[in-house]
Each structure stands twice: as structure tokens, then as C-alpha cells.
Design a protein around this ligand. Structure first.
Ligand code: NAD
Ligand code: DAU
Length: 333
């Protein structure tokens, strides 16, 4: 198995999950080690993984690596919306051209591909809209990040239809868990509190994200690899679409022993999507998937475990903290 972006948040968790639950796979990771990639995410298993430092935009390298594997699981991407608003080019390059290179290699060598995508390709919902995103929802992305992910999905769909490649796609909602870069919402707030900085809520905080624990995302990806219908798309979500950002910050404050209002409002994100909500009926009924993190309130147990992880691994994030906060401060965030 070739895992692109395996030193990033979800990719690294996926590699750990694979070695723990699916030891029949021999894993090669290709990762450019951008600011978001950290080989330490795989430190405890590096002797069991073939690690290649490289760029998915390097067509020859991708051709060689794909030729040597059975299946490609494609996580590598520029992934942060706020960065895409500051500088969209790396998003166009990695998310679109990188995916194109993988598709051409998969087509040439007739290999299986699973493409990892996001709910953000569907745009957003109003707070009072009863609908959730399904596999049939039309694409309507808002940000440079989500539009390049939509572009990559369209490429995969076109290569399936026009060239018959053996591929599946999954669109998942917001992940949380260990090894997530501290620029992202949940780890930013946890590490803020650990650094005695008040959590930062964009705008009013009424936006809703359909949070899922990263292990639940990755169990779904393995099921799709094993049993998914070639050519199909699967929505992945854990039915958490009732918790807004304000409530998440308040829960983090409570779990970390701060008053529920120990946070501050900062500038909103331009074009900020209001609400994501996923209907994962197809994955549940056709493939029998169930999330494991489903306690009351949806995320209390998973959040506590994530808080514990960042508390116990401060050497993993400390060196980056000041740099990340300085970048946000420039935007009044
Ligand atoms: P991340 O930013 O934490 O990790 C991305 C990884 O890709 C990093 O290790 C980085 O070094 C690597 N990378 C970037 N450009 C590369 C290139 N040109 N060549 C090789 N490697 C490169 O991202 P993440 O949050 O783990 O997201 C992984 C995938 O999951 C992305 O495709 C993202 O769109 C998708 N996704 C993320 C979420 C989420 O909530 N984080 C939800 C749904 C889907
Ligand atoms: O929905 C899936 C997507 O989830 C993935 O495709 C992306 O790769 C991933 O980064 C994530 O995108 P979001 O933009 O939703 O995640 P982020 O963690 O940046 O922000 C989550 C919400 O929290 C969003 O409404 C913005 C808000 N926010 C974010 C930060 C960093 C704050 O209120 N304060 C903050 O400090």
C-alpha cells in the first residue's frame, strides 16, 4: 500500500491504524514534509514503514512508486482553509496537479486508488436547513482549499468514467484526534489553554462542523478499500452536526478546568462556511460501518483523549506554537 501524505494528521493516524489492524499490508509512505508533515508522527513505527520524502507533483517519482504498489491511498494535500486565503498557489499545485500525476500513474500501471476528500466540496448549509450532504449533493465549494479539493475529485471521477480506473472516493467531515497540526481549531484551542492563552473563536461561533474522530474516519477508509464498489463515492460522518464552534470551545474550557467563557472572539474567516452535515447512510447500510466515538454529546470522550494527548506530548507542538500564533495575529485572529 502506498500512502501519500502519511506524515500528516490523518495519514499518520491511518498508517498507525493499518499496522495495528491490517498487518497484511506492507506500507510505503510518500510525503513532502511540508510545515504540516512531521516524521515524528510515525516515530514508533518507522522501522515497519518504507518512508520516502518526496513530492506528489514529481511525476517520475509517482510513476515509479505507483508501479511498485498494489493500492494507493491518497491523503496528501494542502489542507488548511486559512492558509489557502493567504496563498492559494500551493493548493492548486499539490491538490490538483499532484492528484493528476497519481491518476496518470494509476491508469498506466492499472492500480487501485482510494482518494480522500472532504465535505467542503459541497459548500455549506444554512443553520435551519434540515438537509445533510449525500453522495448526490452537487458541488459548490467556497474557498481556494475546497475548490482545489473539488477539482481533484472531478479529476478522479473523470478518470473513472473515461479511462475505467479502479478508484473510490470518500468525502469526510471535520476530523479531530492526535497529531493534528496546531493551526487547526481544536488543537489550537487546547494548546492555547496549555500555554495560558485564551481560546480564539472566529466571529459569532455559530458555525457547525460535523466532528468525527480520526480513527472512525480511518476505519471507514479501510472498509471502503475492502468492500467499496469501484467507481463509487462514500460520505463519511458520525452524526455530530448539532455542535457549533462556540459549544466546542466551551466544552474544551470545561474539560480543561477553565470557566466556560474563558475565550475571546476574533476576526471572522472571509467566506466562512456556516454548517456542514453528513448523511452517511450509504456507508452504514451497504458496508456496515459504525463509528466508535458516539458517546452522549458526541465528542466528550474523544475530546478528553485528545486533550490528554496534547498535554502529554508538549514537545511535539511547543516549538511551533509561537510561529502559528504570530501568523494568526497578523489577521487579527
Ligand atoms: P495535513 O495538512 O495534516 O497533512 C497533509 C500531509 O500531506 C502532510 O504530511 C504534508 O507534508 C503532505 N503533503 C503536502 N503537500 C505534499 C506534496 N506536494 N507531496 C507530498 N506530500 C505532501 O492534512 P490532514 O488534515 O491530515 O488531511 C489529509 C487529507 O484528508 C487531505 O486530503 C484533506 O483534504 C482530507 N480531509 C481532511 C479533513 C480534516 O478534518 N483534517 C477532513 C476531510 C478530508
Ligand atoms: O470539513 C472538513 C475540513 O475540515 C477539511 O477538509 C479541512 O482540511 C480541515 O482543515 C477542516 O476545515 P475547517 O476550516 O472546517 O477546520 P478548522 O479547524 O480550520 O476550523 C474549524 C472551525 O473553527 C471553522 O468554522 C473555523 C473555526 N475556527 C478555526 C480556528 C483555527 C475558530 O473559530 N477559531 C480558530 O482559531
Amino acid at each position: 500500500m502506498l500512502v501519500t501524505g502519511g506524515a500528516g494528521f490523518i495519514g499518520a493516524n491511518f498508517v498507525h491504524y493499518t499496522l495495528n489492524h491490517k498487518p497484511e499490508f506492507e506500507v510505503t509512505v510518500i510525503d513532502k514534509l511540508t510545515y504540516a508533515g512531521n516524521p515524528d508522527n510515525l516515530k514508533s513505527i518507522l522501522d515497519r514503514v518504507n518512508f520516502v520524502t518526496g513530492d506528489i507533483c514529481d511525476r517520475e517519482l509517482m510513476d515509479k512508486l505507483v508501479a511498485e504498489t498494489d493500492i494507493v491511498v491518497h491523503f496528501a494535500a494542502e489542507s488548511h482553509n486559512d492558509n489557502s486565503l493567504r496563498n492559494p498557489w500551493p493548493f492548486v499545485e499539490t491538490n490538483i496537479i499532484g492528484t493528476y500525476n497519481i491518476l496518470e500513474a494509476v491508469r498506466k500501471h492499472d492500480k487501485r486508488l482510494h482518494h480522500i476528500s472532504t465535505d467542503e466540496v459541497f459548500g455549506d448549509l444554512e443553520l435551519d436547513d434540515p438537509n445533510r450532504f449525500t453522495e448526490e449533493t452537487p458541488y459548490n465549494p467556497s474557498s481556494p482549499y475546497s475548490s482545489t479539493k473539488a477539482g481533484s475529485d472531478h479529476l478522479v471521477r473523470a478518470w473513472i468514467r473515461s479511462f475505467g480506473i479502479k478508484a473510490t472516493i470518500s468525502n469526510c467531515s471535520n476530523n479531530y484526534g492526535p497529531y493534528q497540526h496546531i493551526e487547526k481549531f481544536i488543537p489550537r484551542q487546547i494548546t492555547n489553554i496549555l500555554s495560558d492563552i485564551k481560546p480564539k473563536l472566529y466571529g459569532t461561533g455559530e458555525q457547525v462542523r460535523d466532528w468525527i474522530h480520526v480513527d472512525d474516519h480511518n476505519s471507514a477508509v479501510h472498509l471502503i478499500i475492502e468492500k467499496g464498489k469501484l467507481g463509487d463515492t462514500y460520505i463519511i460522518g458520525a452524526d455530530n452536526d448539532h455542535v457549533n464552534n462556540k459549544a466546542v470551545i466551551e466544552l474544551i474550557c470545561e474539560l480543561m478546568g477553565k470557566g466556560a467563557d474563558w475565550y475571546e472572539h476574533v476576526n471572522d474567516r472571509p467566506g466562512h462556511d456556516m454548517r456542514y452535515a453528513m448523511n452517511s447512510t450509504k456507508l452504514r447500510t451497504e458496508l456496515g460501518w459504525q463509528p466508535q466515538y458516539t458517546d452522549q454529546g458526541g465528542m466528550r470522550e474523544g475530546l478528553q483523549a485528545t486533550i490528554d494527548w496534547y498535554s502529554e506530548n508538549d514537545e511535539w507542538w511547543q516549538a511551533e506554537k509561537a510561529k502559528v500564533e504570530a501568523k494568526y495575529a497578523e489577521q487579527g485572529q
